[in-house]
Each structure stands twice: as C-alpha cells, then as structure tokens.
Design a binder for this molecule. Structure first.
Ligand SMILES: Cc1cc2nc3c(=O)[nH]c(=O)nc-3n(C[C@H](O)[C@H](O)[C@H](O)COP(=O)(O)OP(=O)(O)OC[C@H]3O[C@@H](n4cnc5c(N)ncnc54)[C@H](O)[C@@H]3O)c2cc1C
Length: 480
C-alpha cells in the first residue's frame, strides 16, 4: 500500500528559537512548513526569558550605577529615586512586543510558512504519525508531514516542597510582571535565572536572600561562586549556602512567606514578602502522546535524541530545551537548523558542545567556555590553571571595579587552552573571544603573544596567558 501524501514537508510544534531556526532553514530549502503554537508566538526567549530579563537587568544596572558611582569616582555625584515598577514593566512589555513583531511574527509572512494557533498532539501510529491540532475556538485539524519537529521548550520546575504549592510563589515569568517592587524576596535556587533575578530585585530595592542547595553557579568554577558571593554581599544580598528548603508557608498574621530550611543539620526560618522559585526548568512533553508514536523520553520528560537530534521515531526530531540539553537560545537555534540539514539533506551533522559559551548576566557577569578545572581532570587532562585577579587588568582598574578574575585551564603537556572562566564586567564578550581561542586550538604562549587592544577587558585573557611565564604584577603599560 502506498504511503499517504504528506500535507507538509515539516510540521514544527512550538514557535521559539528552535522552531524559528528550523522553519527558516527549511523554507530556504524550498520545503512546505507548518508551525503550530498554542500560546504567544516567539516562545520563551523573547516573551519571558532572555529579552525581558536582560532589559530589566539593564534598567536595574543603570539605577545601581547611579547609586554607586559617587563612591567609586571621586568628584562625581549621582543619586537615584524610587522605582516605578509599573512603568518599568510597561517599558519592558513594549520592547518585548516590538521585538516579537520584528524578529518573529513578521518573519513568518516574509518567509511564507503557515502558522496555526492551537495545541498539537500526536496521533496515528509509529509508522504513520499525524498531528491533531485543536485551535482556541475548539476547531480540530489533522495534519500529516514528512518530518515533525518537537520544539516545545521547557517550563519552570517547582520542587515538591511542603506547602509551596499553597503559597503565591513567583517564577521568573511572574516576577517580571510584578507591579510593585517586593519589600523583601526569598530566592530558592542558585543557577543563572536565580542569580540574575536576585540581583535584579536587589538593585530595584528589595531585600534579597538566596537559599541555595550547594553553592552559587555550582556547575562552574568554585572561584566564580566565591566571587559572586562577595559581589552579592557588597550589594546587601544574603546568600545562604547548603540550605535545603523543607517547607514554605504564609504567616496568616502578616501575610509574609516563611521558608524553613535545613542548614548544616539545623533548621532555620527565613521570612520575606515574596518567594521566587528558580530551581530549574523541565522539558514540556506532557500531553503530546509521544509514547503513542514511539518517541522515547527520559526521567525528566526530555525527548531522548541522538547526536543528530533524531528521536526513536525516524520521522520525529526534537530541538531546543525539550531535549534536556543546555538551555540557551543559541543552542535551540543551532539545533533547529541542524535538524533540517539532517532531515532534508542527509547532512549527518552532530551537535558539539565542546566550545559552548555560558553566560550569567549578573554584573559583573559570570561567563565560561570549554572545560572547568574539574572537568579537565575528569577527562584525564593533566591541567595547569592560572587565576588572574582583575586588579591586574588595566580596564578593571580604570573602571574602579576590580571584583572578579579570569581563569585559564590549559593542558599541562601541550599548553593548549581547554577552558576559560571569567567574572568581570561584560564577561560574556570574553567567553565569545574564548570560543575562537578554543576552536583554533591555541596555546597559552600563542595567546600571550597576540595583539590585544589596551584598556579592554578582553586584554585580561592575554594577561592571564602571560601569567604562565611572567610575574604580571611587574608588567608595565599595554601588557606587551
Ligand atoms: C528568565 C530566563 C532568562 C533567559 N536568558 C537567556 C539568555 O540570556 N540567553 C540565552 O541564550 N538563553 C536564555 N534563556 C533560555 C532560553 O530562553 C531558552 O533556552 C530558549 O528560549 C528555548 O527555546 P525553545 O525553542 O527550545 O523553546 P521555547 O522558546 O520555550 O518555545 C516552545 C514553544 O512551544 C509551545 N508549545 C509547547 N507545547 C505545545 C503544544 N503541544 N502545541 C503547540 N505549541 C506548544 C510553547 O507555547 C512555546 O511557545 C533564558 C530563559 C529564562 C527562563
């Protein structure tokens, strides 16, 4: 019996970074593409993730600089008033709407693929999967495609802490819609969303306490956690490490949130007007009927994919947060185009995270690329590391902010750089430079002898490389 003719070459569930990258690439290849979105077009990054968070952080930084600059720069006098949170959120919404139109919605018409607003669920069989789409008005449609891409993203994960579900807890999504700055805020978690949101609200005027199970940014170098602890302490943010929150409740008399945590065997109570849960996100796969079409998922609900992003059903692919891979929009976008190349051009391209940059947009920021010291050791690399405090970086000196460091992890035998971590102003740009250094397989000696513009923070990478052979405290101008 002949196969039914597909209605589309590619049907994409979701409209975030992964979905858009796939749809653009497939349309460019002349494929007929259908995109299905049940909520707001654009997905997490533009609506509730990267864009709103960085827009608010930029505003909070402007306020922080205004409050802080007088102390840092002799002769300068600055001040900042109260925050009009409703105005700030209104401005953020306008930016989000503009970017959603320009960078997402308008592109659909420009490229010419089809969009359906509705919830997609797999039906049919493993050999002949179809998608059932239910629109907001209840209208149903059945669609058959040659290939399917599940790009349904992730959603905040709320741990099963006693009493938490009964409190009006915030997630990053709802926190960035608040109309008033909370007087005080408990943040549960220590990953990048927790750190960014904690500093955001502290800089807007909240008294913030972070309760973290292990240490801040626990996947990164321990020096980074220590540097961030110091930076947060300077800003009045209290960080409680090794705190396992066991219960959360609302004080009926005051309306305050009370979190009880176990710390070093003892119990301690923390109070605040609001609590923000930032304990990670989980892939959105519930209700998709993946098992019905032979798509296997892992313990966290993630779609299990091979290195080419194929699932256990040869016609169904997954991309972005739903794969359980690192949650960055550039990972999602890279997945989207890679999947299309593999599905339609048999490209056999594989995901490669060796030189994936990772940035936490606190200020100073934490950024890293390649391996940490520990990861290098675990990979059997005998490594030699250098940690350069920012007081040796002229840019930091003139900024009058030497909090932070640049760390290089190099293979002791070949002197090849295998990892770079920095806590510094605009550290993300250092990680971007690090991607090229690692990709080119450069050694510390090569980097130490390259051009680097004087009075950039990136010059710190060169100085850190020079520290392998030179006493950098004795360097004169221009690190030459
Ligand atoms: C607060 C925050 C800050 C962040 N900051 C950064 C940053 O600075 N830099 C960075 O690189 N990354 C950042 N991220 C991560 C980044 O936003 C995500 O990694 C990325 O957006 C994931 O894209 P995606 O395409 O996988 O999924 P998403 O963008 O989440 O899109 C999935 C879409 O699928 C839709 N969907 C789900 N199920 C169905 C269904 N059954 N039918 C129809 N539609 C469905 C959803 O409604 C959603 O719109 C941040 C995330 C958060 C939460």
């Amino acid at each position: 019996m002949s196969e039914p003719t597909p209605d589309f070459d590619l049907a994409v569930i979701g409209s975030g970074g992964a979905a858009f990258a796939a749809a653009i690439r497939a349309t460019n290849l002349g494929k007929r593409v259908l995109m299905i979105e049940r909520s707001t077009v654009g997905g997490t990054c533009v609506n509730t993730g990267c864009i709103p968070s960085k827009a608010l952080l930029a505003a909070a930084e402007a306020r922080h600089v205004a409050l802080d600059a007088s102390g840092r720069f002799p002769g300068i006098s600055t001040s900042a008033g109260e925050v009009d949170m409703a105005g700030l959120i209104g401005g953020k919404r306008f930016l989000v709407e503009t970017m959603r139109s320009d960078k997402y919605v308008d592109l659909i018409a420009d490229y010419g693929w089809e969009l359906r607003q509705g919830n997609a669920v797999f039906a049919g069989t493993q050999d002949d999967p179809v998608l059932e789409i239910t629109g907001g008005d209840g209208a149903r449609e059945s669609v058959r495609a040659a290939h399917y891409l599940v790009a349904t993203g992730s959603a905040p994960w709320v741990p099963p802490i006693e009493g938490l579900a009964d409190t009006e807890y915030l997630t990053s999504t709802t926190a960035m819609e608040l109309q008033e700055v909370p007087e005080s805020l408990l943040v549960i978690g220590g990953g990048y969303v927790a750190l960014e949101q904690a500093q955001l609200f502290a800089r807007l005027g909240s008294k913030v306490t972070i309760l973290v199970r292990s240490r801040l940014a626990s996947a990164e170098e321990p020096e980074a956690s220590r540097a961030l602890m110091g930076i947060f302490a300077d800003e009045g943010i209290r960080v409680v490490r090794r705190a396992a929150v066991s219960s959360v409740r609302t004080d009926p008399a005051t309306g305050e949130i009370i979190a009880t945590a176990t710390i070093s065997g003892g119990q301690e109570e923390f109070r605040a007007t609001r609590v923000l849960v930032a304990t990670g996100r989980r892939p959105v796969t519930e209700g998709l009927n993946l098992s019905g079409v032979g798509v296997k998922t892992g313990d966290g609900g993630e779609i299990l994919v091979d290195n080419q992003l194929g699932s256990s059903n040869g016609r169904i692919w997954a991309a972005g947060d739903v794969t359980g891979h690192r949650e960055f929009v550039y990972v999602a976008a890279s997945h989207g185009s890679l999947m299309v190349e593999n599905a339609f051009n048999n490209a056999g391209r594989e995901v490669d995270y060796r030189h994936l940059p990772r940035v936490t947009f606190t200020s100073p920021a934490l950024a890293a690329v390649g391996m940490t010291d520990k990861e290098a050791n675990e990979a059997g690399i005998r490594c030699e590391c250098r940690v350069l405090p920012l007081e040796y970086v002229p840019r930091a000196l003139v900024n009058r902010d030497t909090r932070g460091f640049i760390k290089i992890v190099a293979d002791a035998e070949t002197r090849r750089i295998v990892g770079i971590t920095a806590v510094a102003k605009d550290a993300g740009d250092l990680a971007a430079a690090g991607v090229y250094i690692l990709e080119a397989g450069m050694t510390v000696d090569q980097v130490a002898n390259l051009w680097s513009p004087y009075l950039t923070m990136a010059e710190g990478i060169k100085i850190a490389a020079q520290s392998y052979t030179t006493d950098v405290s004795k360097l004169s101008c221009c690190a030459s």
